[in-house]
Design a protein around this ligand. Structure first.
Ligand code: EPZ
Length: 427
């Protein structure tokens, strides 16, 4: 399996451009199932996960073509309604085809995604929401079998927790439902607003964008359109943290600073300089060669639904706090097992103690980590190990980097262009 090898100690300088958001591209690709014709999606990142979603659409009968960042998808001739286990087990976001298939074809059979490294990842909220729309669901041989009984009926859907893909699935299932659908305690992530913009451009009637209460008035049909994927806020945040860890001065371009309120605040408290532009961020963290190097203040973090601190940046921020000048408490409230990176960071000399849903991180100082051979366990954990490797003394080798390549486009090249000593080793 391929691996990444990096030598720490180089500060990062220059500019880096952010790619389209993985977690917007996946629902927007699925949404093309709602209407026949040629859909155009701009700024689609070329990732393992987007390739998997496009493969799934092919299995369902769609055809697609990519030209640079533009992907065109035709769903005139859908020939299937089943998402197979072999594919769904590699990417749980495959469940996002449930909503559009039920809306367009009235039936769907999708493998239960199963758990993953960060948690059980149930989809009960999705299924409960479908039931409110006149859809019957059953579990059979590891598959969700769902069927519209007579006609999709508007209903009231309440999420116990603001589920991102749950909100997206119900949004897509309800666009043709008779009458009005209300989603309460809806998730408010920017990727959902991106989906709402696409559905509205296709002819859907949706109110409440950006709020936790969404109202959908059913229509009879939608049309294919042109939509653009928003910049990836988690990739943006990952590079902000990387500069804070390695030191240097980097302009992060083609991003939406307003999508990162919590991380920006936390990095400012760590002592990092951040200059916010319209669609770019300048991150500056000089590390002087003298003894009084730019200290990183240790700062506590609790992960929360948007606009709180994103769980998808928790692992990367923990790697940064491992370099801190004090003790930081990192509390994970979204997933029950999102500390898989701790053991790997400890191999690099980090001092972290897990206490239930919290990790107590005693900083070892800017040059306190040492390079080591470590293993990626999930997408954001692998990004955390890259952040640590950039700052560690010596060489770090990260195995199982297929995890990283699910969600970061050209990360090795982007970091090398900023001056990092990083290479991808093909085996
Ligand atoms: C989305 O996952 C993202 N994935 C995740 O990003 C992200 O970490 C997560 O939202 C939280 O922000 C995509 O958008 C493709 P949830 P999702 O439903 O929708 C519980 C990454 O690294 N829950 O918002 O699956 C769940 O267990 C990935 O890019 C239920 O109990 O997450 C969790 O505790 C990782 N039943 C909480 O709700 C359900 O039916 C929030 O999960 C659904 C969720």
């Amino acid at each position: 399996m391929d691996r990444i090898r990096l030598s720490g100690g180089n500060s990062l300088y220059g500019t880096v451009a952010v790619s389209g958001a993985k977690n917007a591209a996946l629902p927007l690709i699925a949404a093309t199932l709602l209407a026949p014709g040629w859909h155009t999606l701009e700024n689609v990142p070329d990732l393992r996960d987007t390739r998997t979603m496009l493969k799934l659409l092919e299995i369902l009968g769609a055809e697609w073509e990519r030209e640079g960042k533009r992907v065109r998808i035709n769903t005139d001739n859908l020939s299937g309604t089943e998402a197979p286990y072999e594919l769904v087990k590699t990417m749980r976001a495959s469940v996002l085809v449930l909503g559009p298939l039920l809306a367009r074809l009235g039936t769907a059979r999708v493998s239960l995604p199963g758990g993953c490294a960060i948690g059980a990842r149930p989809i009960n909220y999705h299924l409960q929401g479908f039931e409110q729309l006149g859809i019957t669901t059953s579990l059979n041989e590891g598959y969700v079998e769902a069927k519209v009984e007579n006609r999709l009926q508007g209903g009231s859907v309440y999420f116990d927790k603001p589920s991102v893909t749950g909100t997206e699935n119900i949004l897509m299932a309800s666009v043709f439902a008779q009458g009005q659908t209300i989603i309460k305690n809806a998730a408010r992530e920017p990727e959902i607003a991106n989906l709402i913009d696409m559905l509205t451009a296709m002819g859907a009637e949706i109110e409440g964008k950006g709020s936790d209460r969404l109202t959908i008035n059913g229509v009879t049909r939608l049309k294919a359109t042109v939509s653009s994927i928003i910049p990836d806020r988690i990739e943006t945040g990952t590079y902000m943290i990387a500069v804070a860890a390695a030191g240097g001065k980097v302009e992060i371009q083609d991003c939406v600073p307003a999508h990162l309120p919590a991380l920006t605040e936390k990095l400012l408290r760590c002592g990092v300089d951040i200059e916010v532009g319209e669609s770019s961020l300048k991150v500056c963290c000089p590390i002087s060669r003298s003894e009084n190097r730019c200290q990183l203040k240790s700062v506590d973090v609790t992960t929360l639904p948007y606009p709180g601190f994103p769980t998808d940046l928790q692992a990367q921020f923990m790697a940064l706090m491992a370099l801190g000048n004090g003790t930081a408490v990192i509390h994970e409230t979204i997933f029950e097992n999102r500390f898989m990176h701790v053991a790997e960071l400890e191999r690099m000399g980090a001092d972290i103690k897990i206490d239930g849903a919290s990790a107590i991180v005693r900083g070892v100082g800017r040059r306190g980590l040492s390079g080591a051979q470590v293993m990626a366990t999930d997408l954001r954990a692998s990004a955390s190990l890259v952040v640590a490797g950039l700052a560690a003394e010596g060489e770090t080798e990260i195995s199982r980097i297929y995890h990283l390549e699910r969600g970061y486009e050209n990360m090795v090249k982007k970091l090398a262009d900023l001056g990092a000593d990083i290479h991808r080793i093909s085996e």
